[in-house]
Design a binder for this molecule. Structure first.
Ligand SMILES: Nc1ncnc2c1ncn2[C@@H]1O[C@H](COP(=O)(O)OP(=O)(O)OP(=O)(O)O)[C@@H](O)[C@H]1O
Length: 455
């Protein structure tokens, strides 16, 4: 296939999508001005119209037009959209003085407010700033709902994989916390998404937080949120991940890295389902399911005083262990074919050489499925003729080891064949059988033992 023909023409300008919530069509000039600033405006009159657009497009920023007459409706629409897409950054536009309820919507949801008529260039700059903030926000990874089509299926007939699928289906139907364990790259994150998708909460948000990746000073406000002015840099209210996951699932990855003081807060949340934003003493009830994962041994972390035992018992209700790839290495080709197909979109058809298949089956995969996917990605790019070899996968050394292994087992097969024939020809007289092969009785017995043949 011609690789070039699928690329967009060079003059195509990449545009950011902007949701314009404009019930009374008061912003007709929006598309015209913002188009020039590389925005593509998607206009909706209500939440019902906006939600399908949000599901379909990668929208991070929204504008809402507030008028005297639509203030009440708009508040409801914005709340409905916020519940599904908490990561959206809102900017308000109005041409009237707002009453108290609108002022409340503004302070609760909007990062900026414009009064018409205004300078479109400045407005476009503000939108650009909001887009940048949305990109940086950790919640940019949260989705309004899990989409089954985007999730790779967990394929394979190995008993460990069959057991994993059964557990996923059972645990998906429960609303209890699940503790996922397994080596790095084995698929704990993928299983967490499946648990969300298979649950009643599938239409709610799925929010992931990697506790090990958050700076210690930010982790509290990132999880629980903060009020404007709660600390020096808190120039606006921040809705934490627990609240963002309201109605859905929060996946706390690398839970062993959560500082001890926050482990207490989490324990309280698990008991009463309430949070306090930093700077507020008003408890907020949050309805989200919690999933936890760690590739560290939590029992060890307890012994070392890094993890609270009471929290461990609270989160260790349902346990899901994701097997390491080397435990089901006979099925590695199923995954490899899956990755090669997703890589080969719009490209020439690719396949694996025999030595690549042999090396993949015999390699230890310390980085598990992630390592397999990354090695295949790199090899796909490097391959000139569509054939992915052991050398392109960086697994040359394994190939040699695997071939030695294969040679040894082939030798054993041949030895066994010769020994069995000699035994049969000499009617189970071992001395005669050994003489016929020109070896001693002791050597004959040693070979029988090596080939696991009962004399
Ligand atoms: N069975 C599978 N089929 C297809 N893709 C998979 C499978 N298991 C894992 N993957 C893919 O491998 C990558 C690594 O998986 P994932 O991030 O879930 O691992 P993890 O155990 O959470 O890793 P870490 O402990 O480092 O966070 C992801 O891109 C995931 O989609």
């Amino acid at each position: 296939m011609d690789r070039q023909s699928k690329r967009p023409p060079a003059e195509t300008i990449w545009k950011r999508c902007l949701l314009v919530l404009d019930p009374e069509k008061c912003l007709p000039e929006c598309s015209k001005y913002l188009n020039e600033a590389a925005w593509s405006c998607l206009i909706a009159a209500s939440a019902v119209e906006a939600l399908p657009l949000l599901r379909k497009h990668n929208i991070r920023v929204a504008v809402a037009f507030i008028s005297k007459s639509n203030q009440g409706h708009l508040a409801k629409d914005i709340s409905a959209i916020q519940a599904q897409c908490p990561a959206l950054h809102w900017i308000a536009v109005s041409d009237c003085t707002l009453d108290k309820s609108s002022a409340w919507i503004l302070s609760a949801n909007f990062i900026d407010y414009y009064h018409r008529p205004f300078d479109w260039q400045r407005f476009a700059d503000t939108l650009g700033h909001a887009w940048g903030m949305a990109q940086l926000s950790p919640s940019a990874t949260s989705k309004p709902a899990a989409n089954r089509d985007m999730l790779p299926a967990i394929k394979g007939d190995h008993p460990l994989l069959q057991a994993l699928r059964t557990q996923l289906h059972k645990f998906g139907q429960s609303d209890e916390t699940v503790l996922l364990s397994g080596e790095t790259g084995s698929g704990k994150g993928l299983c967490a998404k499946w648990l969300h998708y298979l649950s009643e909460r599938r239409n709610g948000p799925f929010v992931t937080v990697n506790c090990g990746a958050l700076p210690a000073g930010l982790i509290h406000s990132t999880l629980f949120g903060h009020e404007k002015g709660a600390f020096t840099d808190a120039d606006k209210r921040y809705i934490g991940h627990l609240e963002q996951a309201d109605g859905g699932t929060l996946f706390l990855d690398e839970i062993a890295d959560l500082p001890l003081d926050l482990q207490v807060n989490l324990l309280h949340f698990l008991d009463d389902k309430q949070i306090l934003r930093i700077g507020s003493n008003k408890p907020i009830t949050v309805n989200c399911r919690l999933l936890f994962a760690s590739h560290q041994d939590l029992e060890n972390a307890i012994d070392e005083g890094r993890f609270r035992e009471d929290l461990y018992h609270r989160i260790n209700v349902l346990r899901l262990h994701v097997p390491s790839l080397r435990q089901y290495s006979d099925e590695v080709m199923l995954l490899a074919e899956q990755f090669i197909q997703s890589n080969a979109e719009n490209e020439i058809v690719q396949s694996f050489s025999d030595d690549a298949c042999c090396a993949m089956k015999h390699y230890d995969w310390p980085g598990n499925v992630r390592e397999l996917r990354n090695r295949i990605r790199r090899a796909s790019v490097m391959s000139d003729d569509g054939i992915i070899t052991a050398s392109l996968l960086g697994l040359d050394h394994v190939k040699k080891h695997a071939l030695c292994h294969d040679l040894a087992s082939r030798r054993d097969e041949l030895d066994a064949e010769v020994l069995l024939k000699a035994i049969s020809d000499h009617k189970h007289n071992i001395s005669a059988a050994a003489r016929s092969l020109n070896i001693s009785r002791a050597t004959f017995y040693r070979l029988l033992k090596k080939c696991r043949i009962e004399s």
